[in-house]
Design a protein around this ligand. Sequence first.
Ligand SMILES: [Zn+2]
Length: 48
Amino acid sequence: MACEKEIKEDDIVFVKMRYPKQKGFTEIKAYLNNEGKFICEDCFHNKS
Ligand SMILES: [Zn+2]
């Protein structure tokens, strides 16, 4: 979690990640679990 704010249910979240070279959604989902950083909407707009 890159964001210090606690993300609540129904909040809009953004995932900051490098797009993987692998194709396919399953791979992307696995990649996201390992490499993805979840940030809230505020952080997304403040730091880019
Ligand atoms: Zn945040």
